[in-house]
Design a protein around this ligand. Structure first.
Ligand code: FES
Length: 325
């Protein structure tokens, strides 16, 4: 028997077949629900269950058990066990557009990460710190990169991690030179800074997951209303912390700023924190009930961090995640 799903904010309704994920059912019937990865890894499709029950074939990585208990669900994986009333966070992001971009610079930061600066053509560019763009390749596939600079004009920075054998991040990036043109789709994504959530910030990223957090923090620089910020950045070796020197200087322009680099495979002389980034946060914040938390990294890190932080009192409504593979 199918179930009726109603969206509280819009009044839209659709029916989900037995075993059919809510997102799939909504899309099939022309009801738009936010989503990105569609495999339970990013948390973008999170909804609140106001009435009814759901289950999962397999518990998704981006949903901590504590979140599920608090009534949240991931629409791309959840299946209705009864009629549902759901709440979907309103999204007032600027609409995505297809545009041309000109490469202004490409320079290596480490053997694995390059800095890419693009000038986006086609009129004033608006985006929210935390969002990303797609580079559209001729083959029809796309590659996604978060904006790594605060919105200011049409020049935007990106951090590109080389994936061996990757069509863009390896092959094309090696040849890319200033002046070349790319097709992009911008801005995309629901990950963003929530200025209405005025709490001390705990931010945790691994690798190039730093990029959207950097965009947020740049936008907060010299802002008298900036809450205290604790930024944890994890990598395997010191080479993964490609921007550590620059980050240390951010403290001069942020109201209260603590930067904690964490390495899981440090060299013998490393005197900083060791282990996983979520463990370093947990050791420093035994009570996270009063914080707004931003997480950006692999679904594995996001899943482990969310679970840990909710156990430490973090509130599911104050944890914002951007998961990528
Ligand atoms: Fe559902 Fe990413 S779209 S978790």
């Amino acid at each position: 028997m199918s179930h009726r799903i109603s969206v509280q904010e819009t009044g839209a309704a659709f029916r989900a077949l037995p075993g059919e994920p809510l997102l799939e059912a909504a899309t099939r019937q022309g009801v738009g629900l936010p989503h990105e990865c569609t495999f339970g890894g990013c948390g973008t499709c999170r909804i609140k269950l106001l009435q009814g029950r759901v289950d999962y074939e397999e518990m998704p990585l981006a949903l901590a058990p504590e979140e599920a208990e608090a009534g949240y669900a991931l629409a791309c994986q959840a299946r209705a066990c009864s009629d549902l009333v759901i709440s979907v966070e309103r999204d007032d992001a600027p609409p995505a557009e297809r545009r041309q971009a000109v490469v202004r610079s490409v320079r290596p930061w480490s053997p694995d990460v390059a800095s890419l600066q693009l000038e986006i053509e086609g009129g004033a560019l608006q985006y929210r710190p935390g969002q990303y763009m797609n580079v559209l390749l001729e083959s029809g596939v796309h590659r996604s990169f978060s904006m790594a600079s605060a919105p200011a004009g049409n020049r935007v920075d990106f951090h590109v991690r080389r994936i061996p054998g990757g069509r863009f991040t390896d092959a094309a990036l090696q040849q890319l030179a200033a002046g070349e043109r790319l097709d992009v789709e911008i801005p995309l994504g629901r990950f963003r800074y929530h200025e209405e959530d005025y709490r001390p910030l705990v931010m945790a990223a691994t690798g190039t997951g730093l990029a959207p957090l950097k965009s947020m923090l740049e936008a907060l620089m010299d802002d008298a209303d900036c809450p205290p910020v604790s930024l944890y950045w994890g990598g395997r070796t010191e080479a993964d912390l490609y921007l550590a020197h620059e980050i240390r200087a951010w403290g001069e322009r942020l109201y209260e700023f603590d930067f904690v680099p964490v390495l899981s495979r440090p060299h013998a002389g490393w005197t900083g924190r060791r282990g996983y980034v979520q463990d370093a946060v947990a050791a420093d914040f035994p009570d996270l009930s009063e914080h707004a938390i931003y997480l950006c990294g692999s679904p594995t890190m996001i899943g482990a961090a969310k679970h840990r932080f909710l156990e430490l009192g973090a509130s599911a409504g104050h944890v914002y995640v951007d998961g990528f593979t």
